[in-house]
Unconditional design. Structure first.
Length: 178
C-alpha cells in the first residue's frame, strides 16, 4: 500500500510551485493548514466520505469553508484532489507544503518538549543555539511534558535531541538488559 505522504507529495509540490509563482506562500500555507484542521472535524470528514456528493460538490464545500480568504488557484487544487478522491490527504499536503516553504526560506521549525516550562530567556537562548547548529533561521515552539521527568526533547525535522531524564533512563535500562 502506498504511504499517504507519497500520494500527497505531487499535490504539495504543485501547490507550492503555484503559490511561489504567485508570491502567495503564506496565504497558501494558512489556507492549507485551515483545510487540514477542517478535515479532521467529524462533520466535514463525513461530508468528504458522503457517497451522495459528487467530487465537485465536495471541493466546492471545502472551498466555501475557506470563504473569501481562499487564495487564487485553491479551487483548482481542491477540484483535482476531489476528482482523484484524495481530499483526505489535505493534512499531509499541508505538512509537505510547510516543509517546502521552510526549505526555500531557509527556516526550520523546532519543537521543544520540556519537563518544566521554559522562560523567555531560555527559549531565546535555545533558539540561538539551534540556529547556530542548523545554520538556518529557527521558529521555536515549546510545550511542557511532565513525563520527561527532567531535561528536554528537541525535534527539528529529522533531528531529535533527547536530553530528557526519561530518555537517559530508557537508554540505561536498554544497556543493563543487554
Amino acid at each position: 500500500m502506498i504511504e499517504p505522504t507519497t500520494l500527497a507529495r505531487p499535490y504539495a509540490r504543485a501547490a507550492f510551485e503555484h503559490a511561489r509563482a504567485a508570491d502567495a506562500l503564506s496565504a497558501w500555507q494558512g489556507a492549507l493548514e485551515q483545510l487540514a484542521m477542517m478535515t479532521s472535524e467529524p462533520r466535514v470528514s463525513a461530508l468528504l466520505r458522503d457517497p451522495n456528493k459528487t467530487a465537485d460538490q465536495r471541493a466546492t464545500a471545502l472551498e466555501g469553508l475557506l470563504g473569501e480568504d481562499a487564495p487564487a488557484g485553491m479551487a483548482n487544487l481542491l477540484a483535482i484532489m476531489s476528482d482523484n478522491d484524495r481530499l483526505a490527504l489535505l493534512p499531509e499536503v499541508a505538512g509537505l507544503f510547510q516543509q517546502l516553504k521552510q526549505a526555500v526560506e531557509s527556516t526550520v521549525a523546532v519543537h521543544v518538549a520540556s519537563a518544566f516550562a521554559l522562560s523567555d530567556e531560555e527559549q531565546s537562548q535555545l533558539a540561538q543555539t539551534m540556529e547556530a547548529r542548523l545554520a538556518r533561521s529557527v521558529t521555536l515552539t515549546s510545550e511542557t511534558d511532565p513525563s520527561l521527568l527532567g531535561g528536554a526533547l528537541i525535534r527539528a525535522d529529522d533531528l531529535v535531541i533527547d536530553g530528557s531524564v526519561r530518555g537517559r533512563l530508557n537508554k540505561l535500562a536498554g544497556t543493563l538488559t543487554q
